[in-house]
Design a protein around this ligand. Sequence first.
Ligand code: FES
Length: 170
Amino acid sequence: MLKIEEQPPVNFSSELLAKFDEVVSRYPAGKQKSALLPILHLVQAEYGWTSVPAMDKVAAFLNIEPIEVYEVASFYTMYFLEPKGKYVLEVCRTGPCCLVGAEKIMKHIETKLGVKENEVTPDGLFSWRGVECLAACGYGPVLQIGPEYTFYENLTETSVDQLIDDLRKK
Ligand code: FES
């Protein structure tokens, strides 16, 4: 985990703050905390991850305590508390997928990309991690790639190679 003092300072642009205002306007007066989840998504879309300085600024914007932001951001796995690659390969590591080779697929991805789980490739394109059941248990091994959460099913080492090569060409 990046130490807090190593995390870059954040200054939200006026465009981003306008988007925050629009989100807050969807909720009753005084209930601005309800806007926290969509605002964190906006922050992540802007910066690629959800840093502590960004979360502190969100807390100030919403007039809530920083811990209220930290506890939400650290609960939901869709928020990344570390820098991530442009593409995050999220491989299901739950039992049924493991029975059909998920661990072998993760090992293959690690070797192919040359980075361990949650690390970022030097070109900034990829990171990967194991996640819990993706509700496609009959099609394992399976992985998803956000932010659209496209699914890739019945994975083999060959299909993973093809997927990574295709993403590199994008
Ligand atoms: S166990 Fe892998 S999708 Fe459910």
